[in-house]
Design a protein around this ligand. Structure first.
Ligand code: GAR
Length: 212
């Protein structure tokens, strides 16, 4: 059975993009560490099973991660997808899901790991920004890159307008990456991901022009 577990903490717009994408999976379970996450209501709209494991109920990171992994493993997932899951994961957790833990991050990694990526991109004056889907390793916001999408930074951009333009691309590349994974098209060798049976322009870089 191709089971997908999606971890969220908040808004859930990437979750929604994944639920709308009609992915080749048999079962989806959504788990949130935050009982107030708006994404939980989105999941329910799509009649997807939801679970809350509130990190505040656990004394430390390790005990929360252990409880989370127990719930995830009960779903026997082929893949675990972080969709705005704003928790740092312990090394043991990441190791347990080696090569089956994936994340979407709002920058063209390895640039701008961590938080406030759009504000930092604007501050640096870079002209091209974007987003990345990557396998998760123990190094925060690093790991084998599956797909990236670039967006231009415009002269009158602010954090909100830039975030919205990047988010639109996140919603394109995340379902694509998960579809490839589920269809067995991704081959991981060390830090490199090869995508089989896909066009280079689909994999490496969507470069949406201003008109898109
Ligand atoms: C997204 O922009 C995602 O890339 C980011 O959080 C946002 C969640 O939005 N994730 C990270 O920064 C992880 N390092 P969403 O809840 O609407 O999908």
């Amino acid at each position: 059975m191709r089971s997908l577990v999606i971890l969220i903490s908040g808004r859930g717009s990437n979750l929604q993009a994944l639920l709308e994408a009609n992915l080749p999976v048999d079962k989806i379970t959504v788990i949130s560490n935050n009982p107030q996450a708006e994404g939980l209501a989105i999941a329910r709209q799509y009649h997807v099973d939801t679970l809350v494991i509130n990190h505040r109920d656990y004394p430390d990171r390790e005990s929360f991660d252990t409880a989370l992994a127990e719930k995830i493993d009960a779903c026997q997932p082929k893949l675990v997808a972080l969709a705005g899951f704003m928790r740092i994961l312990s090394d043991a957790f990441v190791a347990h899901y080696t090569e089956r833990l994936i994340n979407v991050h709002p920058s063209l990694l390895p640039a701008f790991t961590g938080l406030n990526t759009h504000a930092r991109a604007l501050q640096e004056g870079i002209k091209i920004h974007g987003c990345t889907v990557h396998f998760v390793t123990s190094q925060l916001d690093h790991g084998p890159i599956v797909i990236q999408a670039a967006v231009p930074i415009l002269a009158d951009d602010n954090e909100e307008t830039l975030a919205a333009r990047v988010l639109q691309q996140e919603h394109r590349i995340y379902p694509q990456a998960i579809r490839w994974f589920m269809q067995g098209q991704l081959e991981l060798t060390g830090n490199l991901v090869k995508v089989h049976q896909a066009n280079t322009r689909d994999i490496a870089l969507h470069s949406p022009g201003l008109q898109e």
